[in-house]
Design a protein around this ligand. Structure first.
Ligand code: SAM
Length: 284
């Protein structure tokens, strides 16, 4: 069946594939940084797109937000100060603030309009924005990291758009050097790192750049994400010191997070790598 105007479609030129949802456009605006659109879909609830790329949907955002936050937070010995770069829909911030050991969580989003639209269309993701530990800062994450107090952050979560436009500078050695400087000695970074199936080269380049910048170790985790290219997504963790990760999973504390995807088993499974991924990363 050919798709008509009643469908939202995103074509991934780079990978010769596309994703579609039956949807009605509710809102469209051009911010100083990008074009933001909100759709009402038939099966995925609301959908936010930026420059035509899917960002967040009501139905499946929990997969990404939980897996971009809890595995890294539970791998850090004591994550008190957390910084999220990007993440304007506030879903990652919400998950981070579920951790009682987190004393401050700062979201550094370049485009305030993303957050204001999320507050209207995804209020469930913004329900912790008034937590006294939360700071919403609107500005460029690249500059923010350059100016950050050295050694002041325990965990940096880079929840950005793809490496084009304002997010391009968030994927490279120069930015990682600023992150290392801003991180405490046992600090860690986790960054959304695209599809292991379609963009494995990008993932290996990212890990190489993280190690070139001076991170002691890099690790990959993966999880399903239906609205992103191939439906299979990844996060990349870089640790300032050697950190074997996941040595101290506390089942009771994990249950208390009240998550829909993340648990002790999915934590372990996320770090189990398929052979072709292991092979590619072994070359670094
Ligand atoms: N989960 C999504 C994904 O993987 O496609 C990302 C969601 S979140 C909406 C991405 C956010 O990163 C956007 O709101 C965008 O404005 C923000 N962003 C892009 N470049 C940025 C930068 N240099 N500094 C801060 N935020 C940035």
């Amino acid at each position: 069946m050919a798709l008509d105007q009643t469908w939202f479609s995103e074509a991934f030129e780079k990978t010769g594939s596309a994703f579609s949802l039956k949807a009605v456009k509710l809102h469209s605006e051009k911010s100083p940084y990008q074009e933001i659109e909100i759709w009402q879909t038939e099966t995925f609830g609301k959908l936010m797109t930026i420059d035509g790329c899917t960002m967040v949907s009501t139905l499946d955002n929990f997969l990404y937000h939980e897996m971009m936050s809890h595995p890294a937070l539970n791998s850090h010995p004591n994550p008190k100060n957390v910084v999220i770069v990007g993440g304007g829909d506030c879903g990652t911030l919400r998950e981070v603030l579920k951790h009682p050991e987190v004393q401050s969580a700062t979201q550094v989003e370049i485009d305030e309009r993303v957050t204001r639209l999320a507050e209207i269309h995804f209020p469930e993701l913004c329900d912790k924005n008034n937590d006294p530990r939360a700071t919403l800062f609107f500005g460029d994450g690249i500059q923010w990291m350059k100016d950050a107090k050295p050694g002041s952050i325990d965990l940096i979560i880079i929840d950005s758009t793809d490496p084009v436009g304002p997010a391009e500078g968030l994927f490279g050695k120069k930015f990682y050097l600023d992150c290392i400087k801003a991180l405490a000695p046992d600090g860690m970074l986790v960054q959304q790192s695209e599809s292991p199936l379609l963009l494995l080269d990008l993932i290996t380049e990212m890990h190489q750049a993280m190690r070139d910048a001076g991170f002691a170790q890099t690790h990959l985790l993966h999880f399903p994400q239906p609205i992103y290219p191939s439906g299979w997504w990844s996060g990349s963790i870089a640790t300032k010191q050697a950190n074997p990760l996941a040595q101290r999973l506390d089942e009771k504390a994990i249950e208390a997070l009240d998550t829909n995807f993340y648990n002790v088993d999915t934590h372990k499974a996320a770090f189990a790598l398929p052979n072709f991924v292991k092979k590619a990363l072994a070359k670094i």
